[in-house]
Design a protein around this ligand. Structure first.
Ligand code: COI
Length: 331
């Protein structure tokens, strides 16, 4: 049995070595390169591939793999929005992902972004660099005084709700798939409009499906409270960045915490030291003291990385053995 693994980083190696030592009968081919039409040929002789969401898995890539008889693909992450799913289905691919590797990693990151923005940390950081140690005018806001609108009550949204309630915040939620516990706690509002009207902070925890793309735009922002804070640790294309920048300019949006950006592919997780990134809107966001951008690092914890490796390789092996992993993506 042989698994090829693409986009392997150094920080994944300890977990991968541990997995290999538990499965001495499985040969693991480790590649640091992404899976692309050019690198797909490396899968020659493999029974399955383990990959990471670092590049689009287009018709071309999937066809290349298929030619080699490799149609079992296990992602080490949750998002599958980079895969051409209709083509994958037509070519008979079996795909698994890791839907739950550490909801806490991402929920905590969202909470830290909120906390840092509420207490004006980026502005104080900038002032301290100038040795300006005055208090005013960056007065903070307390979490317990905020109503936080959580859009999406899956695993991540639910961990975040607990964290926020621990701080004493009022939480209101919206999801088209209602979770029984959240429903029993009476946290759901009936519509997004209602959530927009009530929330001082809005945090996104929904996937990038076509209904959600650019859900935060000029129209939805107009329905929000003035001086709302927007947090996005989900997918960049949930926000229309042009509209967000305008709302930051006119103060409708007081601050934003963004771990994802709609054009992040090819920009995040690269060293741009000494030069601007090739995206004017992203540079504009970087320059603002009421915006925190993190380069899609919400997931990036020791616990999460270990789970991502272990769970994806377990699923890959199950596919090879003809078993049905419970993380099999349903078309
Ligand atoms: C995911 O698991 O889908 C993430 O957003 C993590 C990412 C770095 C691929």
């Amino acid at each position: 049995m042989k698994i090829i693994s693409y986009s392997i980083r150094d920080d994944e190696m300890p977990a991968l070595k541990a997995w290999k030592s538990q499965h001495p009968d499985v040969e693991v081919q480790v590649e640091s390169e992404n899976l692309t039409p050019e690198t797909a040929s490396k899968a020659q002789g493999a029974d399955a591939a383990v990959t990471f969401q670092q590049a689009p898995y287009t018709k071309e890539v999937l066809e290349e793999l298929q030619k080699l008889g490799v149609n079992k693909l296990s992602l080490r992450n949750v998002g599958i929005d980079n895969i051409d799913l209709p083509v994958a289905e037509k070519l008979g691919f079996q795909i698994t992902n890791v839907p739950v590797y550490s909801p806490n990693a991402i929920a905590e990151h969202a909470a830290w972004l909120m906390g840092r923005l509420l207490r004006r940390v980026p502005e104080y950081d900038a002032k301290i660099k100038q040795r300006d140690l005055r208090w005013a005018p960056e007065i903070g806001r307390e979490m317990r005084m905020q109503t936080v609108g959580v859009i999406g009550t899956g695993h991540i949204g639910r961990v975040l709700i607990n964290i926020l309630q621990g701080f004493g915040a009022k939480v209101v939620c919206y999801d088209i798939f209602q979770n029984p516990e959240i429903k029993a706690a009476d946290l759901y509002v009936d519509s997004l409009d209602e959530l927009y009207q009530q929330s001082d902070i809005i945090t996104l925890h929904v996937p990038s499906v076509k209904e959600n793309i650019h859900m935060i735009n000029a129209d939805s922002i107009a329905k929000m409270k003035d001086s709302v804070i927007i947090i996005n640790v989900a997918r960049g294309d949930l926000i229309d960045t042009d509209d967000l920048l305008k709302a930051l300019d006119n103060g409708q949006v007081a601050a934003a915490g963004l771990d994802v950006y709609e054009k992040e592919v090819g920009i995040f997780n690269k060293d741009w030291a000494g030069q601007p990134v090739p995206d004017a809107n992203l540079e504009d966001l970087f320059r603002r003291q009421n915006v925190i951008v993190t380069p899609h690092t919400a997931f990036y914890t020791e616990t999460a990385v270990e789970n991502m490796v272990q769970k994806s390789f377990d699923a890959s092996l199950q596919l090879i053995k003809g078993e049905t992993p419970d993380t099999l993506v349903k078309y």
